[in-house]
Design a binder for this molecule. Structure first.
Ligand SMILES: *[C@@H]1O[C@H](CO)[C@@H](O)[C@H](O)[C@H]1NC(C)=O
Ligand SMILES: *[C@@H]1O[C@H](CO)[C@@H](O)[C@H](O)[C@H]1NC(C)=O
Ligand SMILES: *[C@@H]1O[C@H](CO)[C@@H](O)[C@H](O)[C@H]1NC(C)=O
Length: 638
């Protein structure tokens, strides 16, 4: 008896335990405390209930952190309840194993602000992000040198080891912010538009997915996003997996055709347009791109009321912002048509570069209010205000660091070396000066640089002669000289397409007449990332300066600073800094962008400093000024 009773009791306990587990499992199934995909009803669920959303893209790295709250509040006030952001690797790991998650790079703070405003978060950590951002967000050092031939976005182990190190840093920090852990992150994208990339390497996409799963767990909702061309849908999505397929298309595509095609690859699951374009990107030298508010509203409304079922939309971009400093990327459809992106990333988005609401903003809000009224929080709209703007007038330049004084800002100098590229110099952005001196005069030679990356400012005996640009196949005729100086500007690494492996500097031969002068180790090189303009030693301007010189001026602000814009007056092309902040490139003679945005938070009450490097056309002495105006000019719509 004794010996039989115990097993009976144990059996009973086991049974109770089993039932208990069953109850827990059942409760979990019926009200799963987390975010998930319902592949039967084709919706998302949150804590067991259907979750509806409209998402908007807003990149923390394109707006100073002091303004994150303002931009996110406006996003939420439009009825949008999810903010979507890429995470640019090169912003967080600027140099190998040097990680940056503070200030403008504190994306966790951004996520916390979003959550405090009732927003959910959709993150797109790449590692490749495209986004009109230098090298699609991949740091320069991953590219390595041309000789190495690293194949990015493939199973190349050299590339993957960099990805692993970065994800080891980034993803564990994001994990606490997943919805299931009490945070606002509900969606995580795997890679980006991989279907548009020539490699089409399934092993690679599986590898990235596994790496994300390893750090974020099995329940995080992973998805891919691709264009809806056949090729994109073959190579981008991770077929027959738990990674949700979503597609990208703008208001010129018919949403039913697009989703029908997607359905032939993924039979069920929610219909998500991960990039619905309410505007479009710009390139220097091309008209400003715009989308009509009516078209955007009409096509957006069609998706909200679709006969195909619930459609989930992410606006790309809802707020574009600015490519401050040297972070802009470039496109290249075919050689040599290099198309760098301007400093403004206004994107003709529903909110302007300075965060103002536009007609498109209200059109979208009205559409949401009509079809998804439960997403609108009425009292928020009264908190939405445009920024205050002011024109502070002319800023005259009185001081100068004459060319070749820029050499004094070099972070590295090498003598008697070959023509190293930026990447070989371990230099991310900015300029490199290559110089070569002859013992005798070199007479009337024609200079040919077949692969300038991207613009070469040519100096003969320190005098500016002209430029050779990547997009123009052009030679320069030089006067007699003994010293040849080639100041090369990296105008932004290509961020999309087959020419992604975009090394900077001078990558091929240089011919002077019949001589190939790129062979041999007889060049002197200066690395000029221009991240240290505060070290420049200026003197008073006495004679008319030439291109390649750096100018300095001051202006005073009384009271609280407001947003303002730099109108470049007679300057041609260069870079401008305010109070040590790199505002980005200016090139008004090319356009479409004419004025550069200066957020109020870059300015001081009292004295402010302006520093400018002009590269192609130094104005005459009376015109050595820029103007601070109270309005943007990103170009008029085409
Ligand atoms: C911001 O300015 C734009 C253009 O002037 C205007 O249409 C919009 O209503 C303003 N927004 C607010 C909140 O005042
Ligand atoms: C400036 O850029 C150089 C080269 O990219 C880098 O080595 C250096 O750390 C940077 N300095 C600062 C202050 O960011
Ligand atoms: C540039 O000069 C080279 C000779 O060095 C010549 O072969 C080539 O045709 C020239 N290119 C142009 C665009 O004039």
């Amino acid at each position: 008896m004794f010996s039989t009773r115990i097993p009976a009791k144990a059996g009973c306990l086991l049974l109770i335990g089993f039932l208990g587990i069953c109850v827990i499992l059942l409760t979990k199934t019926f009200s799963y405390q987390g975010f998930s995909v319902d592949y039967k009803k084709n919706v998302f669920t949150k804590d067991g209930k259907t979750f509806d959303f409209v998402s908007g893209s807003l990149h923390y790295f394109r707006v100073p952190h002091q303004l994150w709250h303002d931009r996110l509040l406006k996003l939420r006030a439009s009825g949008i309840n999810v903010v979507s952001t890429y995470i640019p690797w090169n912003f967080h790991e600027p140099h190998p194993s040097q990680y940056n998650f503070v200030g403008d790079a504190d994306l966790f703070k951004f996520i916390e602000i979003a959550q405090s405003l009732g927003l959910f978060v959709n993150i797109r950590p790449g590692p490749y992000i495209c986004s009109e951002w230098d090298l699609g967000g991949i740091p320069y050092f991953v590219l390595g040198s041309k000789k190495d031939g690293v194949q990015m976005r493939t199973m190349d182990s050299r590339y993957l080891s960099h990805v692993e190190c970065y994800f080891n840093e980034l993803l564990p920090r994001l994990k606490p912010y997943l919805y299931e852990n009490g945070g606002p992150i509900i969606l995580v994208q795997v890679e980006n538009e991989y279907g548009s990339y020539k490699a089409c390497d399934f092993d690679y996409m599986t590898y990235i997915t596994k790496l994300m799963r390893k750090h974020l767990g099995e329940t995080a909702i992973l998805y891919t996003a691709d264009g809806w061309d056949m090729h994109h849908l073959i190579c981008g999505p991770i077929h027959h997996s738990d990674v949700l397929t979503t597609i990208n298309f703008g208001p010129n595509s018919d949403h039913e055709s697009a989703f029908h095609r997607m359905r032939s690859f993924q039979g069920n699951g929610p219909l998500v347009n991960s990039e619905f374009y309410p505007g479009w990107l710009d390139h220097w030298g091309e008209p400003h791109q715009c989308k009509s508010s009516n078209l955007v509203r009409t096509e957006f409304t069609k998706m909200l009321k679709s006969a195909m079922g619930n459609v989930f939309v992410n606006f790309y971009m809802f707020f574009g912002g600015t490519n401050f400093a040297f972070y802009n990327g470039a496109n290249m459809a075919f050689e040599p048509k290099y198309q760098p992106d301007p400093t403004s990333y206004d994107y003709d988005a529903p909110m302007t570069e300075s965060g103002d609401t536009t007609q498109k903003y209200y059109a979208i809000r009205n559409a949401i209010k009509e079809s998804r009224p439960h997403l609108i929080d009425e009292h928020l709209l009264s908190k939405v205000v445009n920024s205050t703007k002011q024109g502070y007038g002319r800023v005259k330049f009185h001081e100068i660091l004459k060319y070749p004084g820029i050499k004094s800002l070099a972070t590295k100098q090498l003598n008697n070396v070959p023509l190293f590229t930026f990447e070989e110099l371990q230099q991310d952005y900015g300029f490199v000066l290559y110089e070569k001196t002859y013992s005798n005069f070199y007479h009337n030679a024609e200079l040919e640089i077949p692969e300038p990356r991207d613009m070469v400012y040519v100096f003969a005996d320190d005098k500016y002669i002209g430029k050779i640009y990547r997009s123009e196949n052009k030679n320069l005729t030089l006067p007699s000289f003994t010293k040849l100086g080639l100041l090369v500007e990296n105008m932004g690494r290509i961020n999309y397409g087959p020419f992604l492996h975009d090394y900077k500097g001078i990558v091929g031969a240089i011919k002077l007449g019949q001589d190939d002068v790129s062979k041999g180790a007889d060049w002197n090189i200066w690395s000029l990332p221009l991240n240290n303009t505060e070290l420049a030693q200026f003197e008073t301007i006495k004679i008319q300066p030439g291109p390649g010189s750096i100018l300095r001026g001051e202006f005073t602000i009384h009271g609280k600073p407001a947003d303002t814009w730099v109108k470049m007056s007679k300057f041609g092309k260069g870079v401008i800094f305010i109070n040590g902040r790199n505002l980005g490139r200016y090139w008004p003679i090319k356009g479409p962008q004419k004025n550069l945005y200066v957020p109020s938070v870059f300015l001081n009450t009292g004295i402010n400093e302006m520093v400018l490097l002009e590269l192609v056309q130094m104005p005459s002495e009376k015109d050595l000024y820029v103007e601070l105006v109270g309005y943007p000019d990103v170009g008029s719509c085409n």
